[in-house]
Design a protein around this ligand. Structure first.
Ligand SMILES: Cc1cc2nc3c(=O)[nH]c(=O)nc-3n(C[C@H](O)[C@H](O)[C@H](O)COP(=O)(O)O)c2cc1C
Length: 119
């Protein structure tokens, strides 16, 4: 399962490139099976607030994180939601994507998903 948060559509577009069951994150959602989290980056390198609240309730089954950002924000904060989630919740940072990313990113995410989330 993939759980994703998308505000302006980039992450939603990434998810559409993947062969996986996917569900949009909501704060009420409670998961009891392994999932890969794909999120955007907010603020200045921040985890979006609703993603933060979701993770506080759903940390047990999170197997990895992919973070989209915009490299124009500069290297210190580019996709930094990914590093923060990986560090706080002890999960691998699978990939950082510049906006919608590219085919190489999709292949890496798909491989991680099949070998580390769904195995
Ligand atoms: C208010 C705001 C703050 C943002 N802050 C960052 C940031 O600190 N670092 C970053 O890499 N991208 C930042 N972004 C860019 C988004 O993370 C990026 O466009 C992402 O692809 C959006 O995904 P979405 O279209 O699925 O919502 C910010 C965008 C907005 C609108």
């Amino acid at each position: 399962m993939i759980v994703y948060a998308s505000r302006t559509g980039n992450v939603r577009n990434v998810v559409s490139k993947l062969k996986a069951e996917a569900i949009e994150l909501s704060e009420e959602l409670r998961l009891n099976k392994p999932y890969l989290l794909i999120t955007y980056t907010d603020g200045l390198g921040d985890i979006p607030a609703k993603v933060q609240r979701f993770l506080e309730k759903n940390r047990d089954f999170c197997k990895g994180v992919v973070a989209s950002g915009n490299s124009n924000f500069g290297h210190h904060v580019f996709g930094a939601a990914g590093e923060k989630i990986a560090t706080t919740y002890h999960v691998p940072l699978v990939r950082k994507l510049d906006l919608r990313g590219n085919q190489t990113d999709y292949e890496a995410i798909q491989t991680f998903y099949e070998t580390r989330v769904m195995r």
